[in-house]
Design a protein around this ligand. Sequence first.
Ligand SMILES: NC(=O)c1ccc[n+]([C@@H]2O[C@H](COP(=O)([O-])OP(=O)(O)OC[C@H]3O[C@@H](n4cnc5c(N)ncnc54)[C@H](O)[C@@H]3O)[C@@H](O)[C@H]2O)c1
Length: 249
Amino acid sequence: MSLAQKIAIVTGGARGIGRATAAELARAGCDVAFCDIAASAPETVKEIESAGSRALYLTADTGERAQMEAMFDEVVSRWGRLDILVNNAAINIRKPLLELEVDDVAAVWKTTLWGVFHCSQLAARQMVNQGAGGAIVMISSIHAARGFPGSTAYNGAKAAVNQMAATWASELAAHRIRVNSIEPGWTDTPGERKFFTEEYIREQGRLLPLGRLAKPEEIAAAVKFLVSDEAAYITGSVLRVDGGLMLPR
Ligand SMILES: NC(=O)c1ccc[n+]([C@@H]2O[C@H](COP(=O)([O-])OP(=O)(O)OC[C@H]3O[C@@H](n4cnc5c(N)ncnc54)[C@H](O)[C@@H]3O)[C@@H](O)[C@H]2O)c1
């Protein structure tokens, strides 16, 4: 898929990897609609528009089916079609199993698992109706492959996201809709800065094989690749972008 004038939806685009992805796709020529639970997202809108692309921001929660239906309807009624979905929105509640509440798990799964299901199903239905293929990318995590402690619900959701992506890649291949996952490693975003200090991030980053955390733009570059024509023969894959974090040491 050449990206010029393609229509993309990015979830959780107000900041972090979602914001970098929205901007990267805009620079590649896509018009970008994005949602977030934030009241507004002026920085992302500015970045999209300064790339010469159209931006549409909707305050909407990916875990709420009706809000996602309204978002997809709005994008298609304004711009006529949908070519790309990037499932980026996710949350984590970090607690050990022994302290975890059922409500914590439900809250994490609502966004990190159900949100991906809602958006992917709505996107797939739209793309199948259009009959011209499409690309869906999951921003998964290395947590899909390794059970880092303190992240029960998040780890389980990300593993499920990878497996749903593989399932949908099989089901949708006949429609030329490609579905792939990206597993970022530790990435320097506002979400991570909530948990860790600058000093801790610098010190721990030095211990990684490539000596630092990922930048959001480095994950966005992988998204751009996977939705582009350069990746036309790639579906059902998992692309790890982790600076070697998962390598044996
Ligand atoms: N930062 C990392 O180290 C890292 C590593 C691996 C994977 N990831 C994944 O990358 C993605 C982005 O992470 P990030 O670090 O940029 O996060 P972040 O917390 O900095 O940004 C996430 C954005 O999603 C929005 N959001 C949260 N819940 C939402 C919902 N229900 N509906 C709509 N928007 C919602 C937030 O408001 C925020 O703007 C997530 O899927 C995350 O799991 C991040």
